[in-house]
Design a protein around this ligand. Sequence first.
Ligand code: ATP
Length: 314
Amino acid sequence: MKKVFCIGELLIDFVAENQGKNLSVAKEFTKKAGGAPANVACAISKLEGKSIFVGCVGDDPFGNFLLNILEENNVDTSMAQKSEVFTTLAFVSIDDDGERDFVFSRGADKELKYDSSLKKDFKNNMVHFGAATAMLGGNLEEAYNRYFFDALTQDSFISFDPNYREDLWKHKEEAFIKKCMPFIQKSHLGKFSLEEAQLLSGKKDMDEACSFLHETGVVIIVVTLGKEGTLLSTKQFRKTIPSIEVSPVDTTGAGDAFIGCMLKQIAEHDNLETLLESETELSQIVSKANKAGAITTTNFGAIESLPTRKQLDF
Ligand code: ATP
C-alpha cells in the first residue's frame, strides 16, 4: 500500500459554544483540532491506510494537544515540526442567520521548513496538497512549493484540494487563483467544491468549469455537492455519483473524510494508469468516499466523526 503525505496546517479551532452569538459577545469556546490536511491524514489512518502529516505546530501545550490527537489516530507525526512561534489559532462562531464570524491568529503553521530528506520517500507514494493556509506566505508556502516540485520529480501521485476560505482571501481572489494554477496543471486528482470549481475556472456552468480544469491539466476532478453526492469527471466521462441518505448534525470535515477515503483506496491500487482510465473503478471509489463524507456529518466535530474501516465495509 502506498503512503500518503499530507502537507499543511494543523491548528486549534476555538468554536463559540453558544451558537447564535458573534465573536464580540461569545463567552465560551470549545477547543478543537483543525486543519484540513491534518483531518485528511486522520481520515486515511482511521481507514487503516498509511498517512504522514507534514506541518508545524508551536512548542507549547496546544501544539502538544494537536500532535497527540494525530498520534492517537495512528498518523505518522515523525515529520511534524515544532516552532518557537505559538500554535496557530482560529476562533469561529455562527450567528442566528448562519453567518460565520471568524478571527484568525496565524502562528506556527507558517513556520514549516522544507526538509530535503523527504524527497526520496515521495518516490512512488502519494502527496496530498490541501492546505488552506499554504498560499498565505511564510516558510510554509516556500516548503509547499518545493515539496510540490519534489512530488513531480519523484513520480508521486499528486492530489490537490484548494480549500478556499473566503475569510482569508476576500478581495484577493485573483492572487489565490494564480497560486493554485500550477497545482491544477499537474495534479492527478483535484477535489473542489462547486464554488471553488467556479472560482478557479471562471465558469459558472459545471460542464464548462470541468472542461476548463481538465484542459489546464488535472486528470480526475471531483466536485463535492453535499447531500447531492459528487460530480466525478475525467476527459472521457462525467457523472454525478449519489451519496447515501443521512441525518446531518455537523458537516465539518465531510470534504476531508471524502478525499481521505478516496486517497486510501487509490493507495491500495497496484496500477494507477489503468485506474485513472477506469470509469467503473473510479465510480466505486467515489461512491465509498461519499459514504465516508456522509457518515462524518452525523456527529459533531471533524476528526471524532471520521469513519473507521469497519463502518465502510472495506
Ligand atoms: P468541507 O466544507 O469540509 O471542505 P466540502 O464542501 O468539500 O467540505 P461536502 O460537499 O460538504 O464537502 O461533503 C463531502 C461529501 O460528503 C459529499 O460529496 C457527499 O458525498 C458527502 N456528504 C456531505 N454532506 C452530506 C449529506 N448531508 N448527506 C449525504 N452525504 C453528504
